[in-house]
Ligand binder design. Structure first.
Ligand code: BYC
Length: 308
C-alpha cells in the first residue's frame, strides 16, 4: 500500500522529501548515486588543481581557482543532500576511501598540458551539464534543488574550457597541436562518462521507474555528441572518431564503438590514475583532521556558551 502511494506520487511528478516514507531500495539507490556524484566533484578537483600553480596568466589562474573551488562547493551540496537520507559524512568518505563507492571514471585520466584544462572544462563539464540538466527533474527534492544551482555554475565552467581551447586552436601551430592532442585524449573518456550502454546498465530500470534518472545513458550521450561536434568545427579541431557522421534520417550523429574494456577497467580501479587519486584524497583527509577537530570543538564551545 505504502509502496503504491509512493509510486503514485512519483508518477505525478511530486518530489520526495527527506521525512517522507520511501522504499529501502529507493533510499539505497539514492545514497549510491548522490554519493558517487559528490565524490566525483571532490576527486575531480585533483586533475585541475594540478595546473593552478602553472596557469599561463594571472587571469587564467584566478578563473581556474574559482572553478576548482566551485567543484568543492558542489561536493558539499551533494554530501549534504546525501546526509538527509540518513548516512553520515564520515561513512561516505570511508566508502570512497576503501573503494566501496565509485566516482566518475573520467577523473582517472591524467592532465598532461594546459590544453587539458580546456578539454576538461569544455568536454567534461559539458558532459556533466547534459547529465545534470536532466537530473534537475530527479524525484528526490534535495538532489533536484542541488542540481539547479550546480548547473548554473557548470555552464560557466564549460565556457571557460571552451575559451581555452578556442584560444589555443587559434594560436601558434604548436598550441593548436596541444589543443588537438587534448581533444584526442579526452574525447572517448568524456563520452564514456554517461555510463554503459542501456542494454548493459543494471541500474537504469529502477532509476527510471523511480524517476531518479530522467533520461537513458545512451540518450544523454547522443545529445552531448550532437551538440559538441559543431563546437569543435567552429574552432577548427577534429573529433578523433573516423565513424562520426551526420545521419540525416535519424537527425543525429552516428559515432564509433567505445572501448568498453577500457571503461570497465577504469571503473573497477585500474585506470591510469586511480591509485594516485585515492592516495591523494587519503593524505589530504588525514592532514585536515586537526581542522575538523578544531571546528567541532569550536562549535561545541559556542553551543555551551549559548546555553549558559
Ligand atoms: N564512472 O547501471 P549504470 C562533475 C557505474 S562529475 C564510474 O548505468 P547508473 C565534474 C555505476 O555507478 C560528474 N562509474 O549506473 C566535477 C554502476 O556501478 P554501481 C559526475 C560508472 O548509476 C569536476 C555501474 O557502473 N556525474 O560534474 O544508473 C570537474 C553500472 O552503471 C560510470 C554524476 O555522477 C562512470 N562514468 O548510471 C568537472 C552524475 N558509469 O554503483 C565535472 C550522477 C557507470 O552499481 N550519476 N558507472 O557499483 C549518474 O547520472 C549515473 O550514476 C551514471 C551511471 C549515468 C553515471
Amino acid at each position: 500500500m505504502k509502496e503504491q502511494q509512493f509510486q503514485e506520487k512519483i508518477d505525478l511528478e511530486k518530489k520526495i522529501e527527506p521525512k517522507d516514507w520511501m522504499p529501502v531500495d529507493y533510499r539505497k539507490h539514492l545514497i549510491r548515486q548522490i554519493s558517487q556524484h559528490a565524490h566525483s566533484e571532490i576527486i575531480g578537483m585533483q586533475p585541475e588543481g594540478n595546473w593552478i600553480s602553472r596557469a599561463p596568466s594571472l587571469r587564467a589562474k584566478m578563473i581556474l581557482l574559482a572553478k576548482v573551488q566551485d567543484e568543492a562547493g558542489h561536493g558539499l551540496y551533494l554530501y549534504s543532500a546525501c546526509e538527509t537520507l540518513g548516512i553520515s559524512r564520515e561513512e561516505l568518505v570511508e566508502q570512497l576511501q576503501d573503494g566501496k563507492a565509485k566516482y566518475s571514471s573520467i577523473f582517472n585520466y591524467p592532465t598532461l598540458s594546459w590544453a587539458d584544462m580546456g578539454a576538461v572544462g569544455w568536454l567534461v563539464d559539458g558532459a556533466a551539464i547534459v547529465n545534470q540538466v536532466s537530473l534537475q527533474r530527479t524525484s528526490y527534492g534535495p538532489y533536484s534543488r542541488g542540481m539547479v544551482k550546480i548547473c548554473k555554475e557548470e555552464s560557466f565552467h564549460q565556457r571557460q574550457g571552451y575559451e581555452i581551447m578556442a584560444d589555443m586552436a587559434n594560436g601558434t601551430p604548436q598550441q593548436k597541436e596541444m589543443a588537438q592532442d587534448a581533444l584526442n585524449r579526452f574525447w572517448w573518456p568524456s563520452i564514456m562518462m554517461f555510463g554503459p550502454q542501456d542494454s548493459d546498465s543494471p541500474r537504469t530500470g529502477n532509476a527510471m521507474k523511480w524517476k531518479i534518472k530522467r533520461q537513458f545513458n545512451d540518450e544523454l550521450r547522443q545529445k552531448f555528441i550532437d551538440q559538441t561536434v559543431g563546437q569543435a568545427e567552429v574552432i577548427g579541431l577534429t573529433i578523433p572518431d573516423p565513424d562520426l557522421k551526420w545521419n540525416e534520417e535519424k537527425g543525429h550523429y552516428d559515432f564509433g564503438e567505445m572501448d568498453w574494456d577500457e571503461f570497465w577497467s577504469v571503473v573497477n580501479g585500474n585506470g591510469p590514475c586511480n591509485i594516485q587519486r585515492l592516495e591523494h584524497h587519503k593524505k589530504a583527509h588525514s592532514d585536515g583532521k586537526w581542522v575538523r577537530e578544531a571546528a567541532k570543538d569550536y562549535s561545541k564551545k559556542q553551543k555551551s556558551t549559548e546555553t549558559n
